[in-house]
Design a protein around this ligand. Structure first.
Ligand SMILES: CSCCC(=O)C(=O)COP(=O)(O)O
Ligand SMILES: [Zn+2]
Length: 230
């Protein structure tokens, strides 16, 4: 991992700009929601993270800062780190190969998290894009953990930490959003895109099933083969 220099910091900030603009183009940052981070060094843990409350559809010189393993600014700055920085550092600490962590609020990830929040996970299978999560086994079933949306960020970060599964690069927070990560920004972006596709597909498939049930004159069914849960 890179040693920390001004040049490295600027390069990582530019990488964050690229990811931010790509996600903003998809409307993945409504109302200033969401936060992004890229690891700069492992020992000590130094992470470039979005400043709190910023409009993530634009780029300014005041969008990012560097924090340490305790989620505190590493250098003197007037910027506040993301209110959810503790979730980022918890992921970096517990899954050491992690190089980037991205968080977005979308309607599909919020609905899925609410639909399956009581059981604590959403199970998905029979989908090619599971390979986008780096899981290539035949007929893989994945279980994406869901935690409650505690207002206290330390408690929320602990809840996320308690369900981390190195095989599944994401955790849903109920009626809040998703955290996804990878070994670098490219991989974390691919994972997040794959999750969002899987959630969008799942919700549309549930709707199509209802609609198809009406068309053929059957009772609407909530049975869904990918999860067997409903
Ligand atoms: C306005 S969204 C509420 C806070 C949140 O969930 C989020 O993702 C953005 O918080 P940040 O402090 O990173 O701007
Ligand atoms: Zn959030």
């Amino acid at each position: 991992m890179n040693a920390y220099t001004h040049e490295v910091r600027q390069q990582v900030f530019q990488q964050l700009d690229q990811v931010k603009l790509a996600f903003a183009a998809r409307d993945w940052f409504p109302g200033t929601s969401g936060n992004l981070s890229i690891k700069i060094s492992s020992k000590p843990l130094l992470v470039a993270v979005t400043a709190s409350g910023k409009d993530k559809t634009v780029c300014t010189p005041y969008d990012y800062l560097v924090v340490d393993e305790n989620s505190r600014p590493y250098e003197s700055t007037s910027l506040k780190p993301s209110a959810e920085t503790q979730i980022h550092t918890a992921i970096y600490r517990n899954i050491p190969e992690t190089g980037a962590v991205f968080h977005v609020h979308t309607i599909p990830n919020n609905i899925v998290s609410e639909l399956y929040g009581n059981q604590g996970y959403v199970a998905l299978r029979n989908q090619e894009l599971i390979k986008g999560l780096g899981i290539w086994e035949e007929d893989a079933e994945i279980r994406i953990p869901i935690v409650e949306n505690f207002a206290d960020i330390s408690r929320l970060a602990q809840a996320v930490e308690s369900v981390l599964d190195a095989r599944i690069p994401g955790v849903l927070i109920r009626n809040h959003g998703i955290y996804a990560w990878g070994r670098n920004d490219f991989e974390a972006k691919r994972h997040l895109e794959a999750f969002e596709f899987l959630f969008g597909y799942h919700l549309q498939w549930l709707q199509v099933q209802q609609f198809a049930g009406h068309i053929v004159g059957q009772q609407p069914t909530l049975t869904y083969r990918a999860t067997g849960q409903l």
